[in-house]
Design a protein around this ligand. Structure first.
Ligand code: URA
Length: 221
């Protein structure tokens, strides 16, 4: 947006064309006349996304978006790795590291995403079998998921009796579509884990930096 609004210059010339390449070691890049520099180190943080926030860094219609919940003033290049639906809660990773984000989202990396779903109707193990075998949705077959019916204490973040679904793809509304396909539409969806990262007791609407250990884990997994 800054570029198309003509606010970005490279070596004093307005750079409004998206995809413009620069050499960060020698080109001088400025926004509104202020020279900007790359952060020394990439930043990694997790947000406990509450329901009612769009996974976007700005919304032309002014609706609440996750950008309001993370420190974009300290780290202007932050963006979310993947997305959660408006009504989905849980762990959303943010980074300034475009290469790592791209890699984590690539299907070949097989990053496991764990969801807990509160669904309509009483679910049996048999209902979940097609998901474990790899159900076919309207946009193609899903890879086999790991699914189980949780005990009340394990599902407390969402509902008394939740369904845990672990997938490593990230198609649009995938978990909702998978559960609807087996006759149990999702009422609420929560993501407690993304790869090796766990939300644990991070309060809804708050964020924290990843620890060094966590950063190392997502870089090398
Ligand atoms: N699957 C969904 O259906 N929704 C999400 O937000 C994430 C995964």
């Amino acid at each position: 947006n800054l570029m198309t609004a003509g606010r970005v210059t490279v070596n004093g010339k307005v750079a409004s064309e998206l995809g413009t390449k620069v050499d960060v070691d020698c080109d001088v890049i400025a926004v509104d006349g202020h020279v900007v520099k790359l952060a020394e180190h990439p930043v990694y943080l997790m947000l406990h996304k509450p329901a009612g926030y769009l996974t976007t860094m700005s919304d032309p219609k002014g609706r609440p978006c996750v950008a309001e919940l993370v420190p974009t003033d300290l780290h202007p290049g932050l963006f979310p790795v993947g997305r959660l639906d408006l009504d989905t809660t849980g762990l959303l990773l943010f980074t300034t590291d475009g290469d790592l984000a791209h890699e984590l989202l690539h299907p070949s990396r097989h990053v496991e995403k764990t969801y807990i779903a509160h669904v309509d109707g009483r679910v049996t193990g048999r209902d979940l079998m097609p998901l474990c075998q790899g159900i076919v949705l309207d946009d193609g077959p899903c890879q086999p998921a790991r699914c189980r019916i949780l005990k009340p204490a394990q599902a407390r973040a969402v509902c008394p009796r939740g369904i845990e679904v672990i997938i490593h793809e990230g198609r649009k509304n995938q978990v909702k579509r998978m559960l609807s396909a087996v006759g149990h539409p999702v009422i609420a969806l929560h993501r407690p884990r993304f790869g090796p990262l766990e939300l644990r007791d991070l309060a809804p609407g708050t964020w924290r930096y990843l620890t060094e250990h966590e950063t190392e884990q997502i870089r090398t997994r």
